[in-house]
Design a protein around this ligand. Structure first.
Ligand SMILES: NC(=O)c1ccc[n+]([C@@H]2O[C@H](COP(=O)([O-])OP(=O)(O)OC[C@H]3O[C@@H](n4cnc5c(N)ncnc54)[C@H](OP(=O)(O)O)[C@@H]3O)[C@@H](O)[C@H]2O)c1
Length: 212
């Protein structure tokens, strides 16, 4: 599959390297793609600017910093997002008052909703944002690997397809579709709790599990 990942930080590189290893035609998008050329050569991915990357992907990931996601997606080009599934991994975290972070959005909004409003033609599916990047692509790093993966968005078919792909690619088994994109509010809001637990445990390899 042709996949574009917007954002070149830990998340973009971790997901990118794993999908490239699985044989996908992957492009990683950055404002400065040249800085990635050595890494891209090692792992076998293409790099491009945000617009080229969005044009490349039949399926896209938003792995940009939460406070820059809307601007980054605008640079990617609204036309390139239309009718595409956009897996939104970003969190609107506010580190201005130190750790753990707060949120940049009020309780009646979320970054997932802001992205869906700004790009109504995109099929935004918010998922993978409640765990460390290494766990995103290897749930088996934690316990028995059966933690809960929350999925939400406004297109149930897109959510089902993303769940199926993440199960096939990375081995997710307990996939919980929470409903429309407004449920991103509650799930983004638990990310500061995740950071607090990480500070307490001193490691990032843990994840939420809904036991039922
Ligand atoms: N790290 C994790 O384990 C983790 C876990 C769950 C969720 N998340 C979320 O996933 C997203 C990515 O996290 P990350 O840790 O990989 O990296 P990050 O430090 O949040 O930054 C990701 C990328 O965003 C791009 N960026 C930053 N400012 C920008 C701007 N003004 N305009 C356009 N692009 C900009 C940068 O790419 P370029 O400089 O190459 O353009 C940067 O590499 C974040 O929203 C984060 O909250 C992270």
């Amino acid at each position: 599959m042709k996949i574009g990942i917007l954002g070149s930080g830990t998340v973009g590189q971790t997901i990118g390297a794993r999908l490239a290893a699985l044989g996908h035609d992957l492009m990683l998008g950055s404002r400065s793609p040249e800085k990635l050329s050595a890494w891209a050569g090692e792992v076998g991915v293409k790099v491009g600017d945000l617009s080229a990357t969005a044009a490349h992907g039949e399926l896209l990931f938003n792995a940009t910093r939460g406070d820059a996601s809307i601007a980054a997606l605008r640079s990617a080009g609204e036309a390139n997002l239309n009718a595409r599934v956009l897996i939104d991994v970003a969190n609107p975290l506010d580190f201005s008052a130190g750790m753990p972070p707060g949120l940049l959005v009020s309780g009646d909004d979320s970054l997932g909703e802001q992205i869906q409003r700004a790009f109504p033609g995109a099929k935004v599916v918010k998922t993978l944002n409640t765990m460390n990047a290494a766990v995103m692509v290897s749930p088996s790093l934690v316990g028995d690997g059966d933690q809960t993966l929350f999925v939400r968005g406004n297109d149930p078919a897109a959510q089902a397809e993303v769940g199926r792909l993440l199960a096939e690619w990375f081995g997710w088994r307990d996939i919980l579709d929470l409903g429309d994109i407004s449920t991103a509010r509650e799930v983004e809001a638990i990310v500061p709790l995740w950071v607090l637990v990480m500070m307490k445990l001193g490691r990032p390899t843990f994840q939420f599990k809904i036991v039922r």
